[in-house]
Design a protein around this ligand. Structure first.
Ligand code: AMP
Ligand code: MG
Length: 267
């Protein structure tokens, strides 16, 4: 798969309406699952190198509409990763303390340290998504945030944080199907909240907000990818491939030793 096709080219519009959530780029489920296995083992190797070299951190940002598959993506794509050098942060509605600071305060604290992988399940983008859709702050405030976000991400990139941002793109029918499955399954029901069904009514507003966020904030150092996510197996394949490619492009090396292993005598 040519992952460039999924990227929002810096400076261009995301054109969400023209991107098919059902696309699988010619992959079958079988082929995609085989490729995912390969990516998972490659990712485990690259993570070891990332940790050993400690020159870079990897930050993965996941955004989607409800039932878009953020949790499933983390579970499948990261299943081979060593939990010791990986963190997942889920951003919920801000606490009173968080609201008392600038919107990036809680985000900055959660950025992964060099050598590790950090995953954001929701992120600072909520401050131009849910906040915009629900008018939690005036337009004059949220519309300035794209600029602050770009500057923030540039600052992180300049200090060695490789940033990858994924919008898991599901269709409105697919969301309905997943909501119904959730409600029908006693093991999944807990995930549903009445608020989700209210949010669904604002679908078009959310898409418009995503369209602007992805268009205004896809940069070379922190690109957005629109992942066709109706087919979970394609979503997993695409996300895992993009992560592996990004880590490979860092050209990481194991650190040079400051001693000669041949001269060590173990008694
Ligand atoms: P969930 O991910 O399903 O646990 O839901 C988390 C909720 O927190 C979602 O409804 C988000 O829209 C909400 N949320 C996350 N970040 C913010 C934010 N900055 N402002 C307001 N709501 C937020
Ligand atoms: Mg939810």
């Amino acid at each position: 798969m040519d992952s460039d096709k999924l990227m929002v080219k810096p400076g261009s519009r995301a054109r969400l309406a023209g991107r098919d959530p059902d696309d699988a780029f010619g992959y079958t489920k079988d082929k995609a699952e085989q490729a995912l296995l390969k990516h998972q083992s490659k990712l485990a190797e690259l993570q070891e190198l990332l940790y050993a070299e400690k020159k870079y951190a990897l930050l993965i940002v996941l955004q989607a509409l409800d039932a878009g598959g953020k949790d499933g993506t983390i579970r499948h794509v990261m299943s081979g990763v060593n939990p010791q050098s990986c963190s997942v942060t889920s951003f919920k509605a801000p606490t009173a303390e968080e609201l008392g600071h600038d919107f990036l305060w809680r985000i900055h604290k959660a950025v992964p340290i060099k050598g590790t992988i950090g995953i954001f399940n929701r992120s600072h983008y909520e401050d131009v998504l849910v906040v915009r859709v629900h008018k939690l702050v005036p337009k004059s405030v949220w519309s300035e945030r794209y600029r602050y976000i770009n500057d923030f991400e540039d600052t992180l990139a300049a200090s060695g944080v490789k940033i990858l941002k994924f919008f898991l793109n599901i269709g409105k029918d697919e969301q309905k199907k997943r909501f119904k499955e959730r409600l029908a399954d006693p093991c999944k029901r807990w995930k549903a909240t009445p608020a989700d069904f209210e949010e669904r009514k604002l679908w078009d507003d959310y898409i418009a907000a995503f369209e602007d966020a992805l268009s205004n904030c896809s940069s070379k150092s922190a690109p957005w990818y629109v992942i066709p996510a109706n087919k979970k197996w394609f979503r997993n394949l695409a996300v895992s491939q993009i992560i592996v490619e990004a880590l490979q492009s860092l050209d990481m090396k194991f650190p040079k030793l400051d001693f000669d292993p041949k001269k060590i005598v173990i008694k």
